[in-house]
Design a protein around this ligand. Sequence first.
Ligand code: GDP
Length: 194
Amino acid sequence: LFAGEVTFLKGVVAMDGLPPADRPEVCFAGRSNVGKSSLINALTGRKGLARASNTPGRTQEINFFELGTSHYLVDLPGYGFAEAPKPVVEKWQRLLKAYLAGRPSLRRAFVLIDARHGAKAVDEEIMKLLDGAAVPFQAVLTKADKTRGRELEASLDKTRKVLATHPAAFPEIALTSSEKGEGLATLRAAIAAL
Ligand code: GDP
């Protein structure tokens, strides 16, 4: 699936801009700076594919990428910018909610969480939306190369406890490093299997 061509299709700002739900898709969500662009670039082997376009106040778009002709990979805007203007945040949340609830071809969401910290309150907001929309999701701990040992165990524990309270969550936690390539093959295989 990832061996073929990966191309940017479009950025969507309203529900009527969504491409037809004619193939399976997966989406990636995470707070700004969690390493989402780096992970999408590493997974697809395309360096400049996903840009870190998470500047507060900028247009919040749902970015669609084509994996060959068979799947979509969807990059949701980074969240957690407290300083973003309220109307911007609210518009984005409405779009996000509508997208998650009304997208039958959305097979799985990946919720990215910093491996050094584990799941936080801001991550639980998106998890609640996913629960509400009945979108199965998997937690992905990013930047795994930056932590190990007890610190990593603690954030895994914390994340496991949070996931246990969310009905749409898979219990398994993926561990990735875009820098070192760790966990990428497993994640690619999981997406291809959908
Ligand atoms: P985004 O805002 O979620 O798209 O985050 P970016 O992908 O732009 O990454 C934010 C910062 O974390 C950048 O400085 C990246 O170089 C760094 N980063 C991302 N992934 C990794 C990783 O796997 N390991 C390390 N050490 N740094 C990473």
